[in-house]
Write a protein that binds this ligand. Structure first.
Ligand SMILES: *Cc1c(COP(=O)(O)O)cnc(C)c1O
Length: 356
């Protein structure tokens, strides 16, 4: 039996989108391939509210995160972490011998504009990474305010992890001055895993030009130049089946209306937050709560593993807490094509199982 997924990626994929993955192959060096990539990039530009170049990577989002910190750090990176994925970004810098410092908030707390100001004022950093939506803790950082601080430092390349929020919340890349905005297909974009998308600014390009060792496969400058030179193509063989599905899914998203889509995510978030507060508690301060998933504090000391096992028998799946938060929290994703009635249904099932 297929379990309906309420986990923060991979998400359930709509049947018609899944079918697009079975489109017959085309040559990746053809005009058709260029046209496909161009069409995707135009639509992603609308979704990211940017005029910057948009690029694709046949990898999950982590590949581009590693590529960003490696390709564009000239001096030193300031990595702001509010959980597991911020910590991973720091590890990526360390493992690539990229000088970096980590600024970690307590789990459940946001990155604040003050923290960013204090770090950048030292003049030590020329690249920063921020997590927009931390999937381990269910925190959505106040990026609009952080962006105002970053704008005061025009040499700093601003990298933003929107892996679990692009497509589920508004990410105005140009307004925020984000240089590299990164997302994966298997979260709010509603596709299977295996492809990542990112925006790449002129500033990011200029920074990368000054970095000698950028790696090869995840050299973001090479991906950018190749797309320019070969009119929207990718240096190696891309996952064309993802591209067929992504192009189609993005059209569906634009048809739904971006504001409608973001509102739908927020309405589901509010429903889960109210439910969490009534029955348990939330890990995040509501002011910083994610619109795309909710991390519930397990104040009743239930066995999350048992709950999920029971949910599984009924055809549903939620997520246990991440890492150290396992059993202490559980996570309910409300992203991609999930609708309010699905959320009400899974919450009802949990109530029924736990006798709430
Ligand atoms: C899932 C996730 C990642 C990792 O992305 P992959 O596509 O699995 O490589 C990074 N950051 C955040 C916030 C995520 O939710």
């Amino acid at each position: 039996m297929h379990k309906r997924l309420f986990i923060p990626g991979p998400v359930d994929v709509a049947e018609d989108v899944l079918q697009k993955m079975a489109t017959p192959m085309i040559g990746h060096r053809t005009k058709d391939a260029s046209d496909l990539q161009r069409s995707i990039c135009e639509k992603l530009g609308q979704l990211m509210y940017t005029k910057n170049q948009i690029l694709l990577s046949t990898s999950s989002g982590s590949g581009v995160m590693e590529g960003a910190v490696r390709s564009c750090t000239r001096k030193r990176a300031a990595v702001f972490s509010v959980g597991a994925f911020g910590n991973r970004w720091y590890e990526m810098a360390v493992c690539n011998n990229v000088p970096a410092d980590k600024f970690e908030s307590a789990w459940g707390e946001p990155t604040t504009p003050e923290m960013v100001e204090e770090a950048l004022a030292t003049g030590k950093y020329d690249l920063i990474t921020v997590t927009h939506n931390e999937t381990s803790t269910g925190i959505m950082n106040p990026v609009a305010e952080i962006a105002e601080v970053v704008k005061k430092y025009p040499d700093v390349v601003f990298c933003l992890d929107t892996v679990s929020s692009l497509g589920g919340a508004k990410i105005p890349v140009d307004e925020w001055g984000v240089d590299i905005c990164i997302a994966s297909t298997q979260k709010c974009l509603g596709l299977p895993a295996g492809m990542a998308v990112f925006s790449f600014s002129e500033k990011a390009k200029k920074a990368a030009e000054q970095v000698e060792f950028r790696g090869l496969y995840f050299d973001l400058l090479e991906i950018s130049k190749y797309s320019d030179k070969k009119d929207h193509q990718y240096p190696s063989t891309p996952s064309l089946e993802h591209m067929f599905a992504l192009d189609y899914q993005l059209s569906k998203m634009l048809e739904e209306g971006l504001d409608n889509r973001f509102d739908r995510h927020l309405a589901m978030a509010k429903e889960v937050r109210e439910w969490a507060k009534k029955n348990f508690d939330m890990l995040a301060d509501e002011k910083y709560a994610s619109n795309t998933l909710t991390t519930v504090k397990n104040t009743k000391g239930i066995s999350v593993a048992d709950l999920n096992k029971e949910l599984g028998k009924r055809g549903f799946m939620i997520s246990n807490g991440y890492g150290d938060l396992k059993e202490k929290t559980f996570r309910i994703a409300h992203m991609a094509e999930t609708q309010m009635e699905d959320i009400k249904e899974v919450l009802g099932q949990i109530e029924d199982i736990l006798g709430l």
